[in-house]
Write a protein that binds this ligand. Structure first.
Ligand SMILES: CC(C)(COP(=O)(O)OP(=O)(O)OC[C@H]1O[C@@H](n2cnc3c(N)ncnc32)[C@H](O)[C@@H]1OP(=O)(O)O)[C@@H](O)C(=O)NCCC(=O)NCCS
Length: 195
């Protein structure tokens, strides 16, 4: 397969935030932005893959600042990394106040997409041609995120199976939660029965 340059599939989606996008606080719903991110990730990934793609996972969705009705939101997407059948699309979201020209960076997120063939099976995607230092940096960062995510899920799965409630219940003391009387009694019974 011939490598395709990052620029081949680079995609920008711009949308005006209309009143029906607002939540009860007057800002734009996070879900509206997620939906737009999914749309631009799909367009970008599908263009690179030459096949329809599906969203498998999303990393780094932290909204740093609210987006307001009337702002012009631009979502800039590019392929950061390709595996065999998967690709990672990095999306930078900015919101512009059209009256003042002020631009704020609301978030940068990473969507992992998988290309599917006509039989709905994962199918190989073209390699990525890196043409700029930023392309290399983003590819390496995506590799690191993948490595960290794998190690996190392995550690978390191990921790989950090993973490017995009775051994860790004390960790809740400083947290902002309370045990109901029934649950407290149940846990006391559990602990005394296992002594
Ligand atoms: C995506 C999907 C095809 C993966 O199926 P699978 O049986 O795990 O297939 P594979 O093991 O061959 O994985 C395919 C690729 O996805 C990647 N992948 C699978 N799960 C992943 C996850 N949670 N995060 C990141 N990548 C993942 C694999 O690493 C592999 O990448 P590679 O080929 O580049 O190495 C399957 O999970 C699916 O169809 N999910 C539903 C997707 C969907 O419908 N999304 C829309 C939500 S409404």
């Amino acid at each position: 397969m011939i490598a395709k340059p990052v620029n081949y599939s680079r995609t920008t989606l711009t949308e005006l935030m209309i009143p029906s996008y607002a939540n009860f606080g007057g800002h734009v719903h996070g879900g509206i932005l997620l939906s737009l991110m999914d749309k631009v990730a799909y367009a970008c990934a599908t263009k690179h893959a030459g096949q329809y793609c599906v969203t498998v996972s999303v990393d780094g969705v932290n909204f740093r600042q609210p987006v307001d009705v009337g702002e012009l939101v631009s979502l800039m997407a590019s392929v950061n990394y390709v595996g065999r059948t998967s690709l990672v699309v990095g999306i930078k979201v900015i919101a512009e106040n059209v009256k003042t020209g002020t631009v704020k960076h609301t978030n940068t997120s990473y969507f992992t997409m998988v290309a599917k063939n006509d039989a709905d099976q994962p199918t190989e995607v073209p390699p990525l041609l890196l043409e700029a230092p930023d392309d290399v940096r983003r590819f390496l960062e995506a590799m690191k995120r993948k490595e960290l995510r794998t190690s996190f899920s392995q550690h978390f799965d191990n921790a989950r199976t090993q973490m017995l409630v009775k051994e860790n219940i004390g960790n809740l003391e400083k947290e902002r939660c309370a045990l109901s009387d029934n649950l407290n009694q149940h846990l006391l019974d559990l602990m005394s029965s296992s002594k």
